[in-house]
Each structure stands twice: as C-alpha cells, then as structure tokens.
Write a protein that binds this ligand. Sequence first.
Ligand code: ASP
Length: 331
Amino acid sequence: MSHAAVSPVLVIHGGAGVIKRDMTPAKEKAVRAAMTLALQNGYAQLKAGKPALDAVTAAITVLEDDPNFNAGKGAVFTHDGKNELDAAIMDGNTLGAGSVADVHRVKNPILLARAVMEHSPHVMLAGEGAEEFAKEQGITLVDPSYFRTEERWQQLQKALKEDAAKQPHADVDTAKHFGTVGAVALDAEGHLAAGTSTGGMTDKRWGRIGDSPIIGAGTYANSGCAVSGTGWGEYYIRTVAAHEICMMVTQMRVPLKRAAAQVINEEIPSMGGNGGAIALDADGHIAIPFNTDGMYRGWIGADGVPHVAIYGDEDDGIAEPPAPADSTAQP
Ligand code: ASP
C-alpha cells in the first residue's frame, strides 16, 4: 500500500459509559477540555512528523492524568477497594505490541505498555513483574492512593450494596461507568497505531483482566486498520473485537464503518454485551460506533480543529468523513 501525501488523523475516546443524568455542566466542561487537550497534544506529534505511536501515547497520557476518566488517576475500584490498571499499545506498521495488566503503582500505564513493546522481549507483563520492569525503565511509580477519587469510591459503594442485596449492578452491567480511554492515529508516513488504558470495571474481582490490554480484543492495529474499544470487556475478548474489525477491513475489504458497526453494534449486543469503539483506516476514514447513551469521543484531521462530542444525539462531525487523500467510497 502506498500512502504518499497522507493527512495525519487522530481519534480518541474516553469511554462509552456516558449517562446524561450523571453529567453536570462542570463535569461536561472538564471532559471536553481534557479531550481537546489530548487531541491537541497528540496531533502536535503528528504535525511534527512523529510516528502514530507518539500521538497515541501523548493523547492517552493526558486522559490518564485527568480524574474524569477511568484510566490512571480516577480509575474505578475493584471489589476489595483497589485500583488495578490495564493498558496496551500496538504499532500497525511493525505489528509490535506491548501491554500491562493488574498494575497498582504505575502513574501512566500506557507508557509502561510502550516500554514493554520497545524494551522487553515480551508482549504482556502483569502485576509485580510489570512494576519491577517499570522501575528498571525509570517509569514513574506513585503511591496507590494517587488513583483514588471520591466519585469512583462512591460507585464502588453502590455496587457493593447491590451485591449485598443480590441485585444486578444497575450501573455496572448497563455500562454506565465505562470510562476507559483510547486513541488511534494515522501518521504522515501512512502508519497506524492504537492504544487503550483502563481501570477495568467497577467491583471487578479475583484478578480480573479486561479486553483493553489483550491484543486483538480491546486494542489492535495493522497496516490498514487501528481500533481501540471501550465497553463490557468480557464480550470484546470473546469476539476478539478489535482484531475482528481489522480483519474484515484488511482481508475482506469491508469498508471500515460497516465492519466496526457489525462487530460493535451487532455481534457484541447479540451476545448480551455493550460498548463502543474508535476505528481508523489507512486512508483516514473514521468510525465511532457505540450502543450506549453516549461516548466521550473526538478526532482531529487536516484542518487541525479538535472535534469533541459526548452524547449519542450530538453531531461528532464524522457522518461525513473528512475527505481523505485517497478517497475511496465509504457507504
Ligand atoms: N473495556 C473495559 C474493561 O472491560 C471497561 C471500559 O471500557 O470502561 O475492562
């Protein structure tokens, strides 16, 4: 594939767990500001001719540092009141990948995932070993209390009460607190990358690991397609969602929007799951399917203007995809 004169594109998400009644004007403002900053920082990398991986890393670290998202600071709590973080990154150009699971002290798990890809012989490191490796790599470690926010703590208390009353998790099971963050980027060389970072799901137990750090499930990139998911991770793992979308695009030549909609809005809900995803192809086409009330989402392309949307009925400006350099028809 030749991608001379590709216009760089960056797409991000901050989770598909938006519920309108939980939003306040202040929260909405803070979320939009963080999404805008993530787009600007990531896009600055692309404009400077840096690889897609740098844009993905720059955007995700902004969202990990912001307490409004379920990644890094502000991560959800496990059943026993801890924060256990997962993250992954993949380079579509080389198929290099790195991921970390169940880390408790790594300030920016996406940076550790990238270090696993670039400086270890492995793809996935978990728990204490991952943190030992972080120390060796000079990656910032923090006290576990750094990740705590009162809002996430209260979400856990609600879930624990529901557990005690043997009630279904009104908020967790209906996806109301999916706040995982992710980014996909296309650089000026025509190379794609994808990354995802999360605290997982509120009240998760027994060392549960979700889809985000599993290459192919919540995160995947190859030479023609990059995907980052957010939603009920067990379903993304069972459908190998991100890989499935990319195989449809690159092997079966299904247009990106159709492939992403089929997996996210048909296959996953038909099994009982829910959520969303961001997807990008090598021609700069964007797809952002989701089946929840809303999804924190944004993109930035040739005109350098950050586009951010939250609610399902809000125009995110991609109904008409930005004119790609090589404009193949997308239904
Ligand atoms: N997919 C994440 C997980 O299951 C949750 C989320 O998207 O917020 O761990």
